[in-house]
Write a protein that binds this ligand. Sequence first.
Ligand SMILES: Nc1ncnc2c1ncn2[C@@H]1O[C@H](COP(=O)(O)OP(=O)(O)OP(=O)(O)O)[C@@H](O)[C@H]1O
Ligand SMILES: [Mg+2]
Length: 265
Amino acid sequence: MIEEAPPPPVAELRDIHLQFEEKKVLAGVSLKVETLDRLVIMGQSGSGKSTILRLMLGILTPTKGSVFFKQFEISRLPRRKLQQIRARIGMVYQYSALLSSRNVRDNVALPLQELTDMSRNEIEAVVDEKLNLVGMVDAKQQMPSELSGGMKKRVSLARALVMDPELILFDEPSAGLDPVISSVIDELIISLTEKSKVTSVIVTHEMDSAFRIGTKMAMLYQGKIIEAGEPEQFRQSENPVVAQFLSGSTEGPILEGSKDAIETK
Ligand SMILES: Nc1ncnc2c1ncn2[C@@H]1O[C@H](COP(=O)(O)OP(=O)(O)OP(=O)(O)O)[C@@H](O)[C@H]1O
Ligand SMILES: [Mg+2]
């Protein structure tokens, strides 16, 4: 009998090196995102977390190594094919990134207008459905400037869901939100990803959020993933960097500015 090969991970980074001019940011990052994972990536400010999301979206190309979305090596795809792949990935940006001159409805409808040939009525139905999921359908006609930080975040979640993506990337979903609203957004991320059966990657340095949301975790430090696995593995980690990061202690190997300390050969 021939055994079927297991499905490829939804996203994978293989031995990624990335350098911006003189500055080495990633120095051999390997990471797999399996179906229905909510993978939390943790790391210091400036360690390269947003860079990893940009690589997964194909906005950045690695200096060395390969980035996969399912069976596609996105770092090698022609432009047109890459655009098709990108439409299957939703992105929630750190500060929501809504268009300030467009109302909520238009912001959410935009990907559908640009990337599909749906009719106006079909678009309206999808916009309502997604805004309903995030509890924002009554705010359809409002402008982003009229919304609180938490409401903007909800709208950007709806926009990321609108193409029914197979993967959603969240960059610091609780950035700039108070602790209560952060928890509400965390709960929303959990319920949406479960309801929509979508795989996700969440970048954060908020430990409470990380443990609330994550089904898997990875920690980026000095250009490498120094620990990856289940949340429980992180709680019990004997790696002093992981332990210090989790406790937020000033005592330990992590020093201010140590993110710049990747050795360059
Ligand atoms: N386009 C770019 N050109 C040059 N340097 C860049 C570029 N993008 C990022 N960097 C540098 O790469 C490093 C990693 O940036 P990145 O934004 O991925 O960090 P981060 O972990 O997301 O940080 P934060 O928690 O502050 O958002 C930083 O030192 C940043 O200055
Ligand atoms: Mg960032």
